[in-house]
Design a protein around this ligand. Structure first.
Ligand code: SF4
Length: 423
Protein backbone atom coordinates (compact mmCIF):
# COMPACT_ATOMS: atom_id res chain seq x y z
CA UNK A 1 0.00 0.00 0.00
CA UNK A 2 1.28 3.46 -0.85
CA UNK A 3 0.91 6.02 1.88
CA UNK A 4 -0.05 9.39 0.48
CA UNK A 5 1.81 12.27 2.10
CA UNK A 6 -0.19 15.42 2.85
CA UNK A 7 -0.92 17.49 -0.28
CA UNK A 8 0.90 20.46 1.24
CA UNK A 9 4.14 18.47 1.12
CA UNK A 10 4.40 19.10 -2.59
CA UNK A 11 3.24 22.71 -2.53
CA UNK A 12 5.69 25.36 -3.67
CA UNK A 13 8.08 26.77 -1.10
CA UNK A 14 8.29 30.53 -1.68
CA UNK A 15 11.69 31.57 -3.05
CA UNK A 16 12.23 33.99 -0.15
CA UNK A 17 12.37 31.03 2.25
CA UNK A 18 15.59 29.79 0.60
CA UNK A 19 17.33 33.03 1.54
CA UNK A 20 16.51 32.69 5.25
CA UNK A 21 19.00 31.58 7.91
CA UNK A 22 19.06 27.81 8.53
CA UNK A 23 17.02 27.79 11.78
CA UNK A 24 14.27 30.07 10.41
CA UNK A 25 14.21 28.23 7.11
CA UNK A 26 13.74 24.89 8.93
CA UNK A 27 10.75 26.25 10.88
CA UNK A 28 9.12 27.75 7.79
CA UNK A 29 9.64 24.65 5.63
CA UNK A 30 8.09 22.55 8.39
CA UNK A 31 5.11 24.96 8.57
CA UNK A 32 4.69 24.82 4.78
CA UNK A 33 4.63 21.02 5.00
CA UNK A 34 1.71 21.23 7.42
CA UNK A 35 3.66 21.03 10.68
CA UNK A 36 2.72 22.98 13.81
CA UNK A 37 4.94 25.86 14.92
CA UNK A 38 5.67 25.58 18.66
CA UNK A 39 5.78 28.45 21.13
CA UNK A 40 9.62 28.47 21.07
CA UNK A 41 9.66 28.42 17.27
CA UNK A 42 7.04 31.18 17.15
CA UNK A 43 9.23 33.29 19.46
CA UNK A 44 12.11 32.83 17.04
CA UNK A 45 9.94 33.90 14.09
CA UNK A 46 8.84 37.01 16.01
CA UNK A 47 12.55 37.95 16.32
CA UNK A 48 13.17 37.73 12.56
CA UNK A 49 14.83 40.59 10.69
CA UNK A 50 16.08 41.17 7.12
CA UNK A 51 15.92 38.09 4.88
CA UNK A 52 14.41 36.05 7.72
CA UNK A 53 11.52 38.51 8.05
CA UNK A 54 10.96 38.45 4.28
CA UNK A 55 10.82 34.64 4.43
CA UNK A 56 8.26 34.83 7.26
CA UNK A 57 6.07 37.18 5.18
CA UNK A 58 6.32 34.95 2.09
CA UNK A 59 5.36 31.88 4.13
CA UNK A 60 2.41 33.70 5.72
CA UNK A 61 1.26 34.87 2.30
CA UNK A 62 1.48 31.32 0.91
CA UNK A 63 -0.51 29.89 3.84
CA UNK A 64 -3.08 32.68 3.45
CA UNK A 65 -3.42 31.77 -0.23
CA UNK A 66 -3.96 28.11 0.64
CA UNK A 67 -6.54 28.90 3.32
CA UNK A 68 -8.44 31.79 1.73
CA UNK A 69 -7.47 32.02 -1.94
CA UNK A 70 -7.47 35.56 -3.29
CA UNK A 71 -10.62 36.66 -1.51
CA UNK A 72 -10.42 39.43 1.07
CA UNK A 73 -13.50 39.99 3.18
CA UNK A 74 -15.12 42.74 5.22
CA UNK A 75 -18.40 43.22 7.07
CA UNK A 76 -20.77 46.18 6.92
CA UNK A 77 -21.29 47.02 10.57
CA UNK A 78 -21.66 49.82 13.07
CA UNK A 79 -19.77 50.24 16.28
CA UNK A 80 -21.87 51.40 19.22
CA UNK A 81 -20.11 52.27 22.48
CA UNK A 82 -23.01 52.68 24.90
CA UNK A 83 -20.95 54.25 27.68
CA UNK A 84 -17.44 55.48 28.25
CA UNK A 85 -18.01 55.71 32.01
CA UNK A 86 -15.74 53.17 33.71
CA UNK A 87 -13.86 52.98 36.99
CA UNK A 88 -11.75 49.89 36.31
CA UNK A 89 -8.65 52.02 35.80
CA UNK A 90 -6.87 49.94 33.14
CA UNK A 91 -3.64 51.86 32.70
CA UNK A 92 -3.46 51.56 28.90
CA UNK A 93 -7.01 52.91 28.44
CA UNK A 94 -7.63 56.34 26.95
CA UNK A 95 -11.36 55.70 26.58
CA UNK A 96 -12.75 55.64 30.14
CA UNK A 97 -14.36 58.71 31.76
CA UNK A 98 -15.76 59.45 35.20
CA UNK A 99 -19.50 60.13 35.33
CA UNK A 100 -18.92 63.82 36.17
CA UNK A 101 -16.63 64.37 33.13
CA UNK A 102 -18.18 66.67 30.53
CA UNK A 103 -17.71 64.16 27.71
CA UNK A 104 -19.06 61.19 29.70
CA UNK A 105 -21.70 59.30 27.69
CA UNK A 106 -24.47 56.84 28.49
CA UNK A 107 -27.01 55.39 26.04
CA UNK A 108 -30.33 53.85 27.05
CA UNK A 109 -31.41 50.72 25.12
CA UNK A 110 -33.87 52.79 23.04
CA UNK A 111 -31.03 55.07 21.88
CA UNK A 112 -28.95 52.02 20.92
CA UNK A 113 -31.90 50.66 18.92
CA UNK A 114 -32.18 53.99 17.07
CA UNK A 115 -28.48 53.77 16.10
CA UNK A 116 -28.89 50.13 15.07
CA UNK A 117 -31.87 51.06 12.90
CA UNK A 118 -29.84 53.82 11.22
CA UNK A 119 -27.08 51.26 10.56
CA UNK A 120 -29.57 48.76 9.13
CA UNK A 121 -30.91 51.44 6.78
CA UNK A 122 -27.31 51.96 5.56
CA UNK A 123 -26.84 48.26 4.79
CA UNK A 124 -25.28 47.03 8.03
CA UNK A 125 -25.75 43.38 8.93
CA UNK A 126 -24.01 43.68 12.31
CA UNK A 127 -23.85 45.98 15.29
CA UNK A 128 -20.73 45.70 17.44
CA UNK A 129 -21.58 46.85 20.96
CA UNK A 130 -19.15 47.37 23.82
CA UNK A 131 -18.94 49.82 26.69
CA UNK A 132 -17.23 50.74 29.92
CA UNK A 133 -18.14 49.08 33.22
CA UNK A 134 -20.41 51.82 34.62
CA UNK A 135 -20.54 51.43 38.41
CA UNK A 136 -24.29 52.07 38.57
CA UNK A 137 -25.48 49.97 35.64
CA UNK A 138 -27.66 46.92 36.27
CA UNK A 139 -26.30 43.53 35.27
CA UNK A 140 -29.52 42.99 33.33
CA UNK A 141 -28.74 45.95 31.04
CA UNK A 142 -26.80 43.70 28.65
CA UNK A 143 -29.80 41.43 28.09
CA UNK A 144 -32.15 44.42 27.80
CA UNK A 145 -30.02 45.86 24.99
CA UNK A 146 -29.98 42.58 23.06
CA UNK A 147 -33.74 42.07 23.49
CA UNK A 148 -34.53 45.64 22.41
CA UNK A 149 -32.46 45.40 19.22
CA UNK A 150 -33.87 41.99 18.30
CA UNK A 151 -37.44 43.22 18.82
CA UNK A 152 -36.88 46.03 16.31
CA UNK A 153 -34.43 44.33 13.94
CA UNK A 154 -34.74 40.52 14.15
CA UNK A 155 -32.19 39.94 11.36
CA UNK A 156 -29.47 42.19 12.71
CA UNK A 157 -26.47 40.19 14.02
CA UNK A 158 -25.52 41.37 17.50
CA UNK A 159 -21.78 41.07 18.12
CA UNK A 160 -21.40 42.36 21.62
CA UNK A 161 -19.81 42.48 25.06
CA UNK A 162 -16.18 41.70 25.85
CA UNK A 163 -15.25 39.02 28.40
CA UNK A 164 -14.67 41.89 30.87
CA UNK A 165 -18.31 42.96 30.44
CA UNK A 166 -19.49 39.36 30.79
CA UNK A 167 -17.47 39.09 34.02
CA UNK A 168 -19.11 42.32 35.22
CA UNK A 169 -22.67 41.37 34.24
CA UNK A 170 -22.33 37.88 35.75
CA UNK A 171 -20.96 39.34 39.00
CA UNK A 172 -23.76 41.91 39.21
CA UNK A 173 -26.50 39.35 38.58
CA UNK A 174 -24.77 36.68 40.70
CA UNK A 175 -25.02 34.22 37.80
CA UNK A 176 -22.37 31.79 36.59
CA UNK A 177 -20.61 32.79 33.35
CA UNK A 178 -22.28 29.85 31.65
CA UNK A 179 -25.82 30.85 32.73
CA UNK A 180 -25.26 34.54 32.04
CA UNK A 181 -24.02 33.75 28.52
CA UNK A 182 -26.80 31.22 27.87
CA UNK A 183 -29.32 33.90 28.85
CA UNK A 184 -27.75 36.39 26.43
CA UNK A 185 -27.74 33.81 23.66
CA UNK A 186 -31.39 33.08 24.29
CA UNK A 187 -32.10 36.83 24.08
CA UNK A 188 -30.43 36.96 20.65
CA UNK A 189 -26.70 37.58 21.14
CA UNK A 190 -25.00 36.26 17.99
CA UNK A 191 -21.29 36.48 18.83
CA UNK A 192 -18.81 38.23 21.10
CA UNK A 193 -15.66 40.26 20.56
CA UNK A 194 -12.70 38.53 22.20
CA UNK A 195 -11.32 41.85 23.35
CA UNK A 196 -9.88 42.53 26.83
CA UNK A 197 -7.36 39.75 26.10
CA UNK A 198 -4.50 42.28 25.92
CA UNK A 199 -1.60 39.88 26.58
CA UNK A 200 -2.65 36.67 28.31
CA UNK A 201 0.21 36.73 30.79
CA UNK A 202 -0.25 37.41 34.51
CA UNK A 203 2.81 39.63 34.98
CA UNK A 204 1.98 41.80 31.99
CA UNK A 205 -1.68 42.03 33.02
CA UNK A 206 -0.70 43.09 36.55
CA UNK A 207 0.92 46.15 35.01
CA UNK A 208 -1.75 46.82 32.39
CA UNK A 209 -4.96 46.19 34.33
CA UNK A 210 -3.88 45.29 37.88
CA UNK A 211 -5.09 41.83 36.81
CA UNK A 212 -8.75 42.70 37.49
CA UNK A 213 -9.73 40.33 34.73
CA UNK A 214 -7.07 37.63 34.97
CA UNK A 215 -5.85 35.62 31.99
CA UNK A 216 -7.49 32.56 33.57
CA UNK A 217 -10.86 34.33 33.82
CA UNK A 218 -10.61 35.57 30.23
CA UNK A 219 -10.01 31.99 29.07
CA UNK A 220 -12.79 30.63 31.29
CA UNK A 221 -15.33 33.12 29.90
CA UNK A 222 -14.27 32.53 26.29
CA UNK A 223 -14.53 28.77 26.77
CA UNK A 224 -17.96 29.18 28.41
CA UNK A 225 -19.13 31.31 25.46
CA UNK A 226 -17.96 28.69 22.96
CA UNK A 227 -19.62 25.97 25.06
CA UNK A 228 -23.03 27.65 24.93
CA UNK A 229 -22.65 28.22 21.20
CA UNK A 230 -21.54 31.85 21.09
CA UNK A 231 -18.57 32.23 18.72
CA UNK A 232 -16.00 34.91 19.53
CA UNK A 233 -13.15 36.71 17.89
CA UNK A 234 -9.66 36.52 19.40
CA UNK A 235 -7.39 39.53 19.93
CA UNK A 236 -3.92 40.46 21.10
CA UNK A 237 -2.88 43.99 22.10
CA UNK A 238 0.86 44.42 21.59
CA UNK A 239 3.59 47.04 21.58
CA UNK A 240 3.68 48.26 25.23
CA UNK A 241 5.58 46.26 27.88
CA UNK A 242 5.46 42.97 26.01
CA UNK A 243 7.76 41.03 23.69
CA UNK A 244 8.16 38.04 21.35
CA UNK A 245 7.86 35.40 24.09
CA UNK A 246 4.57 36.84 25.32
CA UNK A 247 3.21 37.00 21.77
CA UNK A 248 4.10 33.40 20.91
CA UNK A 249 2.67 32.13 24.22
CA UNK A 250 -0.53 34.13 23.66
CA UNK A 251 -1.02 32.80 20.12
CA UNK A 252 -0.25 29.24 21.26
CA UNK A 253 -2.86 29.55 24.04
CA UNK A 254 -5.48 30.76 21.53
CA UNK A 255 -4.62 27.79 19.30
CA UNK A 256 -5.02 25.37 22.24
CA UNK A 257 -8.46 26.79 23.04
CA UNK A 258 -9.46 26.55 19.39
CA UNK A 259 -8.44 22.88 19.27
CA UNK A 260 -10.91 22.20 22.09
CA UNK A 261 -13.82 24.46 21.15
CA UNK A 262 -13.54 25.59 17.51
CA UNK A 263 -15.30 28.77 18.65
CA UNK A 264 -12.92 31.48 17.39
CA UNK A 265 -13.88 33.10 14.11
CA UNK A 266 -10.71 35.14 13.60
CA UNK A 267 -7.67 36.74 15.21
CA UNK A 268 -7.44 40.54 15.26
CA UNK A 269 -4.02 41.92 16.28
CA UNK A 270 -4.50 45.33 17.94
CA UNK A 271 -1.48 47.59 18.10
CA UNK A 272 -1.15 49.65 21.28
CA UNK A 273 -2.02 53.32 20.67
CA UNK A 274 -0.01 55.25 23.25
CA UNK A 275 -0.99 58.88 22.64
CA UNK A 276 -3.75 59.28 25.25
CA UNK A 277 -2.76 56.29 27.34
CA UNK A 278 -1.84 56.89 31.02
CA UNK A 279 0.36 53.76 30.88
CA UNK A 280 2.72 55.47 28.46
CA UNK A 281 2.30 59.03 29.78
CA UNK A 282 3.33 57.94 33.30
CA UNK A 283 6.18 55.62 32.24
CA UNK A 284 7.59 56.84 28.93
CA UNK A 285 10.96 55.26 29.77
CA UNK A 286 9.51 51.78 30.43
CA UNK A 287 6.57 51.58 28.04
CA UNK A 288 6.99 51.50 24.28
CA UNK A 289 4.89 53.91 22.19
CA UNK A 290 3.24 51.11 20.23
CA UNK A 291 4.86 48.42 18.07
CA UNK A 292 7.50 49.15 15.42
CA UNK A 293 6.59 48.73 11.75
CA UNK A 294 8.56 45.45 11.69
CA UNK A 295 6.63 44.17 14.72
CA UNK A 296 3.30 45.02 13.08
CA UNK A 297 4.32 43.09 9.95
CA UNK A 298 5.58 40.12 11.96
CA UNK A 299 2.54 40.04 14.27
CA UNK A 300 0.16 39.46 11.37
CA UNK A 301 2.51 37.06 9.54
CA UNK A 302 3.56 34.88 12.50
CA UNK A 303 -0.06 34.69 13.71
CA UNK A 304 -1.05 33.35 10.30
CA UNK A 305 1.74 30.76 10.42
CA UNK A 306 1.11 29.60 14.01
CA UNK A 307 -2.67 29.46 13.61
CA UNK A 308 -2.76 27.85 10.15
CA UNK A 309 -5.44 25.18 10.00
CA UNK A 310 -6.98 26.31 13.29
CA UNK A 311 -7.88 29.99 12.96
CA UNK A 312 -7.73 30.77 9.26
CA UNK A 313 -9.06 34.33 9.35
CA UNK A 314 -6.49 36.98 10.25
CA UNK A 315 -8.00 40.45 10.38
CA UNK A 316 -6.16 43.76 10.25
CA UNK A 317 -7.53 46.68 12.27
CA UNK A 318 -7.62 49.74 10.00
CA UNK A 319 -8.64 51.89 12.96
CA UNK A 320 -5.26 51.17 14.54
CA UNK A 321 -3.05 51.21 11.43
CA UNK A 322 -4.87 53.39 8.88
CA UNK A 323 -6.00 52.33 5.42
CA UNK A 324 -2.57 52.31 3.73
CA UNK A 325 -0.88 50.06 6.30
CA UNK A 326 -4.00 47.89 6.51
CA UNK A 327 -3.68 47.28 2.78
CA UNK A 328 0.01 46.36 3.17
CA UNK A 329 -0.97 43.71 5.71
CA UNK A 330 -2.75 41.85 2.89
CA UNK A 331 0.76 40.65 1.92
CA UNK A 332 1.54 39.64 5.52
CA UNK A 333 -1.03 36.85 5.85
CA UNK A 334 -4.16 38.96 6.33
CA UNK A 335 -7.43 38.04 4.57
CA UNK A 336 -9.93 40.33 6.30
CA UNK A 337 -10.30 44.09 6.69
CA UNK A 338 -12.86 44.01 9.51
CA UNK A 339 -15.86 46.33 9.47
CA UNK A 340 -16.96 49.66 8.08
CA UNK A 341 -17.71 50.66 11.72
CA UNK A 342 -19.56 53.95 10.98
CA UNK A 343 -18.69 55.31 14.46
CA UNK A 344 -15.49 54.26 16.13
CA UNK A 345 -14.58 55.78 19.44
CA UNK A 346 -12.23 53.48 21.39
CA UNK A 347 -9.16 53.86 19.14
CA UNK A 348 -10.02 57.52 18.56
CA UNK A 349 -10.18 58.18 22.32
CA UNK A 350 -6.79 56.47 22.71
CA UNK A 351 -5.29 58.93 20.22
CA UNK A 352 -5.61 57.06 16.94
CA UNK A 353 -6.18 59.40 14.01
CA UNK A 354 -7.51 57.09 11.33
CA UNK A 355 -11.13 58.22 11.10
CA UNK A 356 -14.38 56.58 12.05
CA UNK A 357 -15.64 54.92 8.91
CA UNK A 358 -14.41 53.41 5.68
CA UNK A 359 -17.42 52.72 3.49
CA UNK A 360 -18.01 49.36 1.78
CA UNK A 361 -17.19 50.91 -1.59
CA UNK A 362 -13.89 52.23 -0.26
CA UNK A 363 -12.94 48.89 1.29
CA UNK A 364 -13.63 47.28 -2.09
CA UNK A 365 -11.26 49.78 -3.74
CA UNK A 366 -8.52 49.06 -1.20
CA UNK A 367 -8.86 45.31 -1.79
CA UNK A 368 -8.92 45.60 -5.60
CA UNK A 369 -5.87 47.85 -5.61
CA UNK A 370 -4.02 45.02 -3.84
CA UNK A 371 -5.01 42.62 -6.63
CA UNK A 372 -7.47 40.64 -4.52
CA UNK A 373 -11.18 39.85 -4.85
CA UNK A 374 -13.44 41.79 -2.43
CA UNK A 375 -16.12 39.89 -0.53
CA UNK A 376 -18.77 41.22 1.83
CA UNK A 377 -19.28 38.70 4.60
CA UNK A 378 -21.52 38.15 7.59
CA UNK A 379 -20.10 38.27 11.10
CA UNK A 380 -19.24 34.57 11.19
CA UNK A 381 -17.71 34.63 7.69
CA UNK A 382 -20.64 33.49 5.57
CA UNK A 383 -20.24 35.05 2.10
CA UNK A 384 -22.90 37.72 1.41
CA UNK A 385 -21.64 39.26 -1.84
CA UNK A 386 -18.62 38.90 -4.11
CA UNK A 387 -17.61 42.12 -5.91
CA UNK A 388 -16.08 40.73 -9.07
CA UNK A 389 -17.98 42.79 -11.64
CA UNK A 390 -19.75 45.44 -9.62
CA UNK A 391 -19.21 47.84 -6.74
CA UNK A 392 -21.18 48.59 -3.59
CA UNK A 393 -23.38 51.66 -3.94
CA UNK A 394 -21.93 55.08 -3.21
CA UNK A 395 -22.85 56.09 0.32
CA UNK A 396 -21.60 59.10 2.26
CA UNK A 397 -19.92 58.41 5.61
CA UNK A 398 -22.27 58.70 8.56
CA UNK A 399 -19.99 61.18 10.34
CA UNK A 400 -18.41 63.98 8.29
CA UNK A 401 -14.66 63.35 7.89
CA UNK A 402 -13.97 67.03 7.53
CA UNK A 403 -12.20 66.67 4.23
CA UNK A 404 -9.98 63.72 5.18
CA UNK A 405 -9.90 61.00 2.54
CA UNK A 406 -8.77 57.64 3.95
CA UNK A 407 -8.09 56.45 0.40
CA UNK A 408 -5.81 59.33 -0.58
CA UNK A 409 -2.90 56.88 -0.41
CA UNK A 410 -4.29 54.99 -3.42
CA UNK A 411 -3.13 57.93 -5.57
CA UNK A 412 0.38 56.47 -5.37
CA UNK A 413 -0.76 53.55 -7.52
CA UNK A 414 -0.36 54.10 -11.27
CA UNK A 415 -4.02 53.29 -11.89
CA UNK A 416 -7.04 53.71 -9.70
CA UNK A 417 -9.09 50.52 -9.24
CA UNK A 418 -10.64 49.34 -12.50
CA UNK A 419 -14.30 49.94 -11.80
CA UNK A 420 -13.80 53.47 -10.57
CA UNK A 421 -11.73 54.32 -13.65
CA UNK A 422 -14.45 52.98 -15.91
CA UNK A 423 -17.12 55.30 -14.50
S1 SF4 B 1 -10.17 49.14 29.07
FE1 SF4 B 1 -12.39 48.86 29.37
S2 SF4 B 1 -12.55 48.08 31.47
FE2 SF4 B 1 -10.50 48.98 31.31
S3 SF4 B 1 -10.75 51.12 32.01
FE3 SF4 B 1 -11.00 51.14 29.77
S4 SF4 B 1 -13.21 50.97 29.47
FE4 SF4 B 1 -12.80 50.32 31.57
Amino acid sequence: MTIQPPAEKFAAVPAAVSAASAPVRAILEMALEGGEVSEAEGTELFRATGDDAEAVYATADELRRRANGDRVSFVVNRNINFTNICYMGCRFCGFAKRSEDKDAEWLEPAQIVARAQQAWDRGATEVCIQGGLHPKMEGTYYRDVVRAIKAALPDMHIHAFSPFEIWYGASKTKMSYHDFLADLKEAGLGSMPGTAAEILDTEVRMQLTKNKLSAEKWVEIIRAAHEVGIPTTATIMYGHIDGPQHWAAHIRLLRDIQKDTGGFTELVPLSFVHTESPLWAQNPDKVRPGPTALEVDLMHAVSRIMLHGWIDNIQVSWTKLGAARAQEMLSRGVNDLGGTLMNESISRAAGSDHGQEITARELVQIIRAAGRVPVRRGTTYGVREVYEHHDPEVIAPLVDRQGRDPLAFLEMFPERPALEAAE
